[in-house]
Ligand binder design. Structure first.
Ligand code: ACO
Ligand code: OAA
Length: 380
């Protein structure tokens, strides 16, 4: 059928494009389910590896399946020397998201199953990307700091190993836990811009890594994943003063926000296309941030957080999104600000690749219509 509607929904706002069985975002109940499970419950009771398995396979792994999956993931953690060589050829002035995008592209061009689009091949490529992306992100941060590559450790879980490769030292359990929670919360969110991008590329019967590479490009923008990095820039612009009291920091943040809104600025980390009464993931991520603030004894960051949130609420009643608590959490853990969105990539690889496989299994070329509003027909 080729019927057309004439109504234009800019940004596809409110348009339902297709079915998905991967996650359900419900803004009315402020809930998010991955394959039927509330994300808060998964964050409390599961590891990120289990959640990745769930997103791809539809059910949580049995203990035996988890052992086999974990073995596969741990075996794929090392940075491919050919990928490292390409990363090393990129200037340290390049944005880390460009490094991520390039690395994903190189991994695709080198993958033995690159042009095989069977579900088995796609699953193998998904696990390979999932396993290897932390090495890319961790190494990129290190080379920018003039540090050497840290080899992965097979005795550590995904998040503990990610932190190990990033900092060359073992993180304490509270930090590993908070990082793992962030990875679970970032993993999947239905037809967001980057996932939709991956589905559009897949719909043309293009290859798996082309879809992932395009999705990384879409995630980079500050209206989407780039917001977690932008949140930290806001904190930095206000000024982070480690000795300041919570109350003083809150007061400064409040007046910064009032000023920004008076100038009609968009403040990243607030607002959402789907959630209009608050992002379902924020309370869980905020709890993780609170734990990190207590762990590192940095109450002034809570002051900045509260001040901005309060002023935004009073002026426009716009709520924070997931990027708002995630940004300062990664800052406290010691990540450089420009690495925040690449960390999001490492998590969202799971959701993107689940959607690529779902799109491929029930494909229809994604090709909307446009209404022409240029000059009337004319002749030369
Ligand atoms: C993981 C994620 O990707 S979550 C999203 C991360 N992105 C951000 O944090 C970027 C900042 N937020 C935004 O730009 C928006 O809220 C979006 C793009 C996320 C959602 O946008 P939309 O649903 O299209 O809403 P839209 O941008 O039209 O905003 C509606 C109104 O709220 C205002 N508004 C929305 N978000 C913000 C914000 N962060 N700061 C200031 N004002 C805002 C808009 O200016 C607009 O006001 P107006 O009606 O007076 O013109
Ligand atoms: O759903 C969206 O539009 C953006 C978002 O929160 C995400 O991708 O996690």
């Amino acid at each position: 059928m080729n019927s057309a509607t004439t109504e234009i929904r800019k940004g596809l706002t409110g348009v339902v494009v297709d079915y998905t069985a991967i996650s359900k975002v419900n803004p009315d109940t402020n809930s998010l389910l991955y394959r039927g499970y509330p994300v808060q419950e998964l964050a409390a009771k599961c590891s990120f590896e289990e959640v990745a398995y769930l997103l791809w396979n539809g059910d949580l792994p049995t203990p035996e399946e988890l052992v086999a999956f974990t073995r596969q993931e741990r075996a794929g953690r090392a940075l491919d020397p050919a990928v490292k060589q390409v990363v090393d050829a990129l200037p340290v002035t390049a944005h880390p998201m460009d490094v991520c995008r390039t690395a994903a592209s190189v991994m695709g061009a080198r993958h033995a199953l690159a042009e095989d689009s069977t579900r088995e091949a796609n699953m193998a490529k998904a696990v390979d990307l999932f396993a290897a992306m932390p090495a890319v992100v961790a190494y990129d941060q290190r080379r920018r700091r003039g540090q050497d590559l840290v080899e992965p450790r097979e005795d550590l879980g995904y998040s503990a190993n990610f932190l190990w490769m990033s900092f060359g030292e073992e993180a304490v359990p509270e930090v590993v836990e908070a990082f793992d929670v962030s990875m679970i919360l970032y993993a999947e969110h239905s037809f967001n811009a980057s996932t939709f991008t991956a589905r559009v590329v897949t719909s043309t019967l293009s290859d798996f890594h082309s879809a992932v590479t395009a999705a990384i490009g879409a995630l980079k923008g500050p209206l989407h994943g780039g917001a977690n990095e932008a949140v930290m820039h806001t904190f930095e612009e206000i000024g982070i003063r480690s000795e300041e009291s919570l109350e003083d920091a809150a007061a400064r943040a409040k007046s910064w926000m009032e000023n920004a809104l008076a100038q009609k600025k968009k403040v990243m980390g607030f607002g959402h296309r789907v959630y209009k009464h608050g992002d379902s993931r924020v309370p869980t991520m905020k709890a993780a941030l609170d734990q990190m603030i207590a762990h590192y004894a940095r109450p002034e960051l809570l002051g900045l957080y509260n001040g901005l949130e309060q002023a935004m609420e009073e002026a426009k009643a716009i709520k924070p999104n997931l990027d708002y608590p995630a940004g300062p959490t990664y800052h406290l853990m010691g990540f450089d600000t420009q690495m925040f969105t690449p960390i999001f990539v490492a998590s969202r690889i799971t959701g993107w690749t689940a959607h690529i496989m779902e799109q491929a299994a029930s494909n229809s070329l994604i090709r909307p219509l446009s209404a022409y509003n240029g000059v009337e027909e004319r002749s030369l």
